[in-house]
Write a new protein. Sequence first.
Length: 387
Amino acid sequence: MNGAYRRFGRRRTRGVTLVEVLIALLLGLVLVAATLAVLLSTSRTNDTLSALARTQEAGRLALLLVERDVRMAGYRGCAFGIINTLLDEGSASYRDALYDFNAPVFGLTQAQHGTIPEGLLGDDFDDLYARGGILVVKSAAAPMNLALARDVERNDDAVVITNAAQLPIGQLVLINDCSGGGDLFQIATDDPLPSDRIERNAGADGIVPGNVDPGSGAFSRYYEAEETELLAAESNVYYVGFQRSPDGTVLANTCLRRVRMGRRVGGVPLDEELVEGVFDMRIQYGVDVNADSQADRYEAADAITGDAWEDVVSVRVGVLAYSGAGVATPPLGEDYEIPFDETLWDFPDDQEVIDAQGAGDEKRMLPPDANLYRFFSTTVAARNRVP
């Protein structure tokens, strides 16, 4: 009896064999590898989608800002006819391209960048400029909401307003009375601010280009206080430049920048960052050759000279946006090719290839790095140049 109990009551135990351990480890590794692959693929997809969203936002916002300013090009309130300038045209800081409001649009190509006198657009411009076209847009679209206390005589050296105001020194001002053109001058005062006198002194320290001597540069007409308006005039310069850190260090990432020549701080034009993630910009100008207010052809800036700038009625803007905005580069893998408008863009030979699967000799751009790039473009009419 006891022997039977011992024979049938015992349970035989056996361990896991080496082969079973290896199989279990292998299955575990396969599951871990599959999980990691899914996580990596998801992460890469998220990075690419995030990069695409940033690129689309940068491209569209850059076009929106430029388009809005171009639409207002040439706006001058109720003034019509020729704008008379009281600025010092003999100053080394004066250029018609920046201050002649009778030609509200001007531009330069990248090749013409070297023709800009040093310091004309601010001391930092040469360090910040990266690449692409340069666009200048002029308008007087902002009412100053100031009432005149008295009429303005032709030889007055100041415009007197009803209430003292804290006006920015160096601001461009357009005065008009809806009976013709108007007069453009720069606020240059030696009165303590706020002041009830908007002076146009000549030779004020730090104010460029400055005004001519009021004794030799008179207003074009007598202005009655009740019929006269004052507008803040703006001359804005758009370009693609490098970003700058808070401590002033110039960074490698590029953005859309704007220099506000009509508004200054301490006599220096404001150079501000508008949209990060903009890599390049190209511009063409619609020229009206038969005075019907329609663009007959589009040309690059270097093909337009002299008075022909007064015939520009529209602008075609192309922006190349990219995802390199201070974040990790999306892992896009192999080089990819991007179609582009060959009438607007051109690239070095090592960045252009012929589309092997396309018809004819259609070209593609090879991005210079692994960032995501996209082209955006728009054509906008300067509404104040088109009836």
